[in-house]
Design a protein around this ligand. Structure first.
Ligand code: COA
Length: 321
């Protein structure tokens, strides 16, 4: 498993946010832990970030794009609904034998992509798959709404997956869940079939993300700790036996709340939301990339990745490195 990542060039700090909405660096840092985020500009796009991350993952894995059978992109902010990001980047990275598709499953979209890849590989349908999390989410947020626009950033992360061989990291368990009764907690109400774009939807800003932040906060803090305890038990390990925890980078207070409830020391958390904000489906992939690349994650260690988001979806994966 080789990993890659890409974030946009443009850095938007909390001081920059102070000039956009009525907020302060102090409020954002205290309530979220975020100091800065990256925002696409110029000719950057969801697909350009995803393609760069894929090319790096391929190069790190020593795999030629021509050997890829499928590209699965977890994303909630495709450049266009048609085509998806997956088929678009298939052309950009020159992977002529690969299929391409998107999975829209909220922030755990990259976990869903990894699970689909693992299933396709285990069943023999595919040999090598690119599993990607990529977002241009700053295009979906209302830059006049201070409690949402300060949270999000853009970026992409990718891994090359294939049949496990000794010496390589192994995806040894993955679990996906959803709580669809809470599907209205994070929504983009308009711009699609339910409410096609109209002057009214644009006037009422209904094509931007609407989120009940406090309810999302409670959902994560209540649901995720017992879920992760059960996930570890299903893997035959205790949370103490996990070397590194990669939580979806939503808000430092959520990460602290979950880890404190589970007795996880803060040194075992991989955190980068201070630099990138919440990059939705890309967040855990970017964390994985950074911690693999800077040597924090070592051979023989156990990593649990977990995410939650719109749907409300959630899930976890155990990687034995
Ligand atoms: N700057 C300054 N003040 C702000 C602000 C900002 N950017 N955003 C909101 N406020 C204000 C509110 O207007 C409110 O003021 P009031 O008391 O006068 O009405 C006050 O701060 C408290 O707002 P509240 O919404 O209760 O803050 P909070 O502590 O719950 O933090 C979030 C808000 C959005 C940061 C927090 O709920 C959160 O992170 N939730 C999870 C969201 C998330 O992770 N979503 C993605 C999941 S994939």
């Amino acid at each position: 498993m080789g990993a890659g990542m890409c974030v946009p060039k443009r850095l938007v700090t909390n001081e920059d946010m102070e000039r956009i909405v009525d907020t302060t660096d102090e409020w954002i840092v205290e309530r979220t832990g975020i100091h800065a985020r990256r925002v696409i500009s110029g000719d950057e796009s969801n697909a350009s970030l995803a393609a760069s991350a894929c090319l790096e993952a391929l190069s790190k894995s020593g795999v030629n794009p021509r050997e890829i059978d499928m590209i699965i992109v977890g994303t909630n902010s495709p450049d266009t609904l048609l085509p998806g990001v997956g088929p678009t980047i298939q052309g950009m990275i020159d992977a002529p034998d690969a299929g391409g598709m998107d999975i829209q499953a909220g922030c755990p979209g990259s976990l869903y992509a990894m699970a689909a890849a693992a299933g396709g590989i285990a069943s023999g349908i595919w040999n090598r798959v690119l599993a990607v999390g990529s977002e241009a989410f700053t295009r979906m947020v209302d830059w006049e709404h201070r409690s949402t626009c300060i949270l999000f950033g853009d970026g992409a992360g990718a891994v090359v997956m294939g049949e496990w061989r000794p010496g390589l990291p192994r995806l040894s368990n993955i679990d996906l869940k959803a709580d669809g009764k809470k599907h209205d907690m994070i929504v983009i109400p308009a711009g699609m079939a339910a409410e096609p774009a109209s002057p009214e939807t644009v006037r009422d800003r209904r094509h931007f993300v609407k989120m009940n932040g406090a309810d999302v906060f409670k959902f994560a803090n209540r649901k995720i700790p017992p879920y992760l305890e059960n996930f570890c038990a299903s893997c035959g390990i205790t949370p103490k036996e996990v070397d590194w925890w990669i939580f979806h980078q939503a808000n430092i207070r959520i990460l602290q709340g979950i880890s404190q409830r589970m007795g996880i020391p803060s040194e075992k958390l991989i955190v980068n939301l201070d630099r990138y904000g919440n990059t939705s489906a890309a967040s855990i992939m970017i964390c994985l990339y950074e911690a693999m690349t800077d040597g924090r994650i070592k051979s023989g260690q156990r990593v649990v990745m977990t995410s939650f988001g719109a749907g409300m979806t959630y899930g976890a994966a155990l990687i034995e490195c």
